[in-house]
Design a protein around this ligand. Structure first.
Ligand code: ATR
Length: 277
């Protein structure tokens, strides 16, 4: 029987996940479909019970459900629990298990697209919200030497660092302080929404003090190249946009559901084609 996988979010109409996953199922001869459902927060509990009742095989959950879904599941992977957010659910014989593939997806995209070994690197994470949490803990696990977090609200950056018990050197600072010390870092990562459509003239911070050859990575993929990435490219940085993170979080979810890792280059091509339209 054909299996069903689903996305729960609010809104979901813009999502590229159905396109990407349905193509992979078809391409890999897996009898399954992926469908996006608009689920209002007040209906999340009923929707999750619906997953059990209907035997939906796996899910993605997106904004605003990534944290709210946790108490509704049967088990949470320790890494997802540490992040405090779930984006992938596997239905294992009626037991719903929550995972987070956002942070690992980001890190895998960074390593494979930029060909960089995170171990021993000095990294600046800009932002301290949900996306930053997954990315920060995944970078810690990869053995980065230093991971500082700058944020408009510095106390949120400090709180995230305080939650991490691993032996990594981390400091919280303001955006202005980070701008001044930009030359110290090998990798800069924007996890905020600053520069995203329709606010395309904005930049998370100035790159004036960045050294040439720094890796500058933005998790935004709409537009494909933010003003910040354009400026980084002009200053001879190695740049990476958010398509890789989106595709790899999906690929890792797909692997958790099916046991097979999909063709990420094919996924990327499909997503890019759609975004360019
Ligand atoms: P997400 O789950 O996508 O990470 P979030 O949890 O709302 O979203 O976090 C958004 C991040 O972008 C936060 O770090 C936020 O800074 P604050 O903690 O100070 O709110 C940051 N952010 C959003 N808009 C911003 C802006 N205009 N300037 C600077 N930082 C901004």
């Amino acid at each position: 029987m054909e299996k069903l996988y689903a996305l729960f979010g609010c809104p979901v109409h813009h999502s590229l996940s159905p396109l990407m996953h349905n193509d992979a199922f078809q391409h890999m001869n897996i009898a399954a479909r992926y469908h996006a459902f608009h689920v209002e927060p007040k209906h999340l509990k009923d929707a999750i019970n619906g997953v059990r009742a209907l035997g939906i095989s796996g899910l993605n959950v997106t904004i605003p459900h990534k944290t709210a879904v946790i108490p509704l599941l049967d088990d949470i992977d320790p890494a997802a629990r540490r992040i405090g957010a779930v984006n992938t659910i596997v239905n294992e014989n009626g037991r719903l298990i929550g995972y987070n593939t956002d942070g690992p997806g980001y890190v895998q995209a960074l390593e494979e697209e930029v060909h960089i070994d995170i171990k021993g690197k000095r990294i600046l994470v800009i932002g301290a919200g949900g996306a930053a949490r997954g990315i920060y803990f995944s970078l810690v696990d990869k053995g980065a030497k230093q991971i500082d977090i700058c944020n408009r609200t510095v106390s949120k950056a400090k709180q995230l660092i305080d939650e991490c018990d691993a032996a990594v050197s981390s400091a919280a600072c303001s955006l202005n302080e980070a701008e001044e010390r930009l030359g110290e870092y090998d990798i800069l990562i924007n996890t905020t929404s600053v520069g995203m459509y329709p606010h395309m003239k904005e930049m998370p911070l100035s790159l004036a003090n960045m050294k040439e050859g720094t890796v500058v990575s933005d998790i935004i993929y709409n537009p494909l190249e933010t003003k910040w990435l354009k400026e980084a490219r002009r200053r001879k940085a190695i740049v990476q946009n958010g398509v890789g993170m989106f595709v790899y979080q999906g690929a890792l979810a797909f692997e958790k559901w099916t046991g097979a890792f999909p063709d990420v280059e094919r996924m990327k091509k499909i997503v890019m084609e759609q975004l360019r339209r």
